[in-house]
Design a protein around this ligand. Structure first.
Ligand code: F6R
Length: 235
């Protein structure tokens, strides 16, 4: 695991965007695994700037997002589909048909998990997976647990994740309690992984990178992946 410490969030966003831009440039039809949340917002902003300068072409890019809340549809402004459309997809020349987020409104949730895992396989796997990290070390919505879930599944969100995510909802009761998420196995099958962490996550990143590998701190499994870059902002 390569841990790069940068001065601040702007530097983190620039560096992460450079890495993603490099991937898009060397393989125009890359499959990008994407994340939502506060951490990658700056990265998406820099990617849009690069696109506007004519430096990037997303026309053949395909994407698969890590997760989506159970019960929210893409029109809901708290959904991860909405987040992606707003922060990236609507601002670049990506073909929306090539962008994938689990269907939060799926009636048959188990079938939706299976469909999403198979879709990733059919796309040939993820070339570069972007991740954030939770204060408890979660990646995707794989919360601390006794096992590493292997495939896309429904996760029950922990109290701390619900509290952390409630900032984007009117009240904490509105935060969905479950989410579709790639499993740890799904994430680990990506060819390359890029994790971005703002300064408030420095401690958990340190534990994940140097502590024991344990499902009680899900991100620690990344120590076993052969191509992981972690960018941490200093302030
Ligand atoms: C988001 C995701 C989550 C977040 C994590 C950090 O798609 O899968 O694991 O990356 O909760 O969230 P922020 O960046 O908002 O602190």
């Amino acid at each position: 695991m390569r841990v790069i410490k940068v001065e601040d969030y702007n530097k983190l966003s620039e560096l992460a965007a450079e890495i993603i831009a490099g991937q898009v440039s060397v393989k125009a039809d890359s499959v990008l695994g994407l994340a939502t949340g506060s951490s990658p917002i700056g990265t998406y902003k820099v990617l849009v700037e690069k696109y506007n300068k004519g430096l990037l072409d997303f026309s053949k890019i395909k994407t698969v997002n890590l997760d989506e809340y159970v019960g929210l549809d893409g029109e809901s402004d708290q959904s991860y589909r909405y987040f992606m459309d707003e922060n990236l997809f609507n601002q670049v020349n990506i073909n929306k048909a090539n962008t994938n987020v689990p269907n939060g409104k799926a009636q048959d949730t188990l079938a939706e998990c299976e469909r999403y895992e198979n879709l990733i396989k059919e796309l040939g796997g993820v070339d570069l997976q972007l991740l954030g990290i939770g204060y408890n070390g979660h990646i995707g919505f794989n919360e601390p647990d006794g096992i590493y879930p292997n495939i896309v599944h429904i996760a029950d969100l922990t109290e701390s994740t619900i509290t952390a995510n409630s900032r984007l909802f009117e009240k904490v009761e509105d935060v969905p309690t479950q989410a579709f998420t790639m499993g740890i196995g799904t994430i680990m099958r990506a060819k390359k992984i890029l994790l971005v962490a703002a300064a408030d996550k420095a401690d958990v990143v340190e534990q994940a990178a140097t502590g024991p590998v344990t499902p009680q701190l899900p991100a620690s499994i990344l120590q076993l992946h052969s191509d992981v870059t972690v960018i941490v902002a200093g302030k």
